[in-house]
Structure formats: C-alpha cells, structure tokens
Ligand binder design. Structure first.
Ligand code: LER
Ligand code: MN
Length: 273
C-alpha cells in the first residue's frame, strides 16, 4: 500500500518554495495527524534544529512517522552542493548530508538529495558526474547502517543539469557501486521532463523509492492538469509501497493544501478513511 505524507519546511530561506506547512513543527504535526496522514516529510535547516525526543513525542501523539528528511538547506542556507569546484566545499556538502542521514536514520527515515546535487558547468560534466557518483556511493553506504536507502531526486532542467529524467537517474544509479540509492519521482519535475509520466514510472520500476505527489503547476494534487489515474495505475503496477508525499505550494493556504492532498490521495490510492 502507498502511504501518505505531507511536507513541513523549517527553513526561512526556502520561503516561497513548494512546502505545505511552514515553521511550526508541532502545529503542522497536529494538523497532519488530524487529517489522517501517515507521515510528515521534514525540511530542516540542519540537524541541530530538530529536538529528537520532542519530535518522537510529537510523532507518537499524532500517530505519524517521518517519511523523509530533505537536505536542501545545505544549498538554500549554506550555498553548498556536491559538485562545486572547491574540494573542501564539496566535502562540507557531503558532511551536511551525512548529518541529515544521521538525524533521519533513528526515525527509520531516508534523506533526500535534491538541490544538493548542484549542477555541472563550473566543472566539466565528466568531473562533476564523477564527484557526484563518489558522493552517492559514500552517502548511500552511510545510510545502510540505518536500514534505509538514500533517495536521489532528478529535477527539471531549470534546477539541475545532472539528471532530469527517471531514465537519466537510472543511468546514473547504474554507474554506482552502492545498491542503496533509490529515485524520487517528483510529479512536478516529471511533468516538465518526461514524455509520459506513467511510462517513466513503469520504466523506473524497483528504483522508485519515493514520490512527491503534486500537480502540474506545483499546486496540490487535483489543482492542476495532471491525470492521476494512469499515474496511480503505474505505481500499482510496479508494486510501489512508499510514500506519496505532498510537496506542493501551500495553495490556497497550508490547511486547504493539506486537506485537498489527502482527499486526492484517498481518491487515487484508495486509502480507507
Ligand atoms: C526541488 O525542486 C524539489 O523538488 C525538492 O524536492 C528538492 O529539494
Ligand atoms: Mn521534489
């Protein structure tokens, strides 16, 4: 069965970004729990921002899990990514991601590499791809001790030139020595880059480890022009059992975005209320 999740950003520098809830972790968890979400996906400024025992209590009280932790604050706050020309900056980016993996692991949650993949250009493509593959191998193996994968998210062409499609993501995974990296299928990015979203999900098969459940315009599912019927059928066909996580703009506001997404989730993924 596919589980539901909703995003919470705790990063002021990400304001304007595609996160449903903002700033107030306890209030967001209460709202997610009340709506019947299975989990929250947290975008923290860094590991020190999360009070681990307090988060555990919050999750228990609201019958929630953590679907994943994002690592993008390493980019939006610290301007770090994994293919910067300077080796010490690349290492800092890796350390930041490692610290999020160590935060996430005890929650049995994976970390996501999205914007931290950076883009090549300051470095030749081959060098950048080599550094990136090294980092994925290292960090993927690091995540193994927690029994979780590392999740890599292909992004659309306006955000990265590393890998924009599921096919390019799989080609990259094929070069890795680690088997512990899976792909994130973000339906917003896929709507820009894929010729056929459902076909791409089917081709992704066992490599699809997480889904950002969102519409064409990055509004909540149901507020754009995506046809979720073939998307849901494709996920079912590949036996996907991860999260459909609402990474969407808080449109028209956070509460309504969370409500309309859980309704869409129930409609398309058949969750009993
Ligand atoms: C960025 O566009 C995105 O989709 C996030 O999940 C990655 O930081
Ligand atoms: Mn995403």
């Amino acid at each position: 069965m596919i589980s539901s999740a909703v995003t919470i950003s705790l990063v002021p520098e990400a304001r304007g970004g595609p996160f449903v809830f903002w700033d107030d972790l306890p209030a967001a968890c209460r709202k997610a729990g009340a709506l019947g979400y299975d989990a929250v996906e947290i975008f923290p400024p860094g590991p020190e921002a999360i009070d681990v025992p307090a988060l555990r209590d919050l999750l228990d009280a609201n019958h929630l899990k953590v679907a994943a932790f994002g690592t993008g604050a390493g980019w939006v706050k610290h301007k770090l990514h994994l293919v910067l020309p300077d080796a010490s900056q690349r290492e800092k980016a890796r350390e930041f991601i490692r610290s999020i993996i160590d935060l996430a692991g005890p929650f049995q949650a994976p970390a996501i590499i999205g914007s931290m993949q950076g883009r090549w250009g300051d470095l030749p493509r081959n060098d950048a791809m080599g550094y990136f593959a090294d980092a994925l191998n290292d960090l993927g193996e690091h995540a193994k001790q927690y029994g979780v994968p590392l999740i890599y998210e292909p992004l659309n062409r306006y955000e990265t030139n590393m890998a924009n499609t599921v096919e390019a993501g799989i080609a990259l995974l094929d070069t890795l020595s680690t088997k512990n990296v899976t792909l994130l299928a973000d339906l917003f990015h896929m709507n820009i880059e894929e010729a056929d979203i459902a076909a791409a999900l089917k081709a992704g098969g066992k490599h699809i480890g997480h889904v950002h459940f969102v519409d064409s315009n990055r509004r909540p599912a149901g507020c754009g022009h995506l046809n979720f019927i073939p998307i849901a059928a494709a996920l079912q066909e590949i036996g996907y059992k991860g999260y459909a996580s609402a990474e969407a703009f808080p449109y028209p506001d956070s509460d309504q975005a969370a409500k309309s997404t859980i309704e869409a989730y129930r409609k398309y993924f058949g969750q009993a209320v």
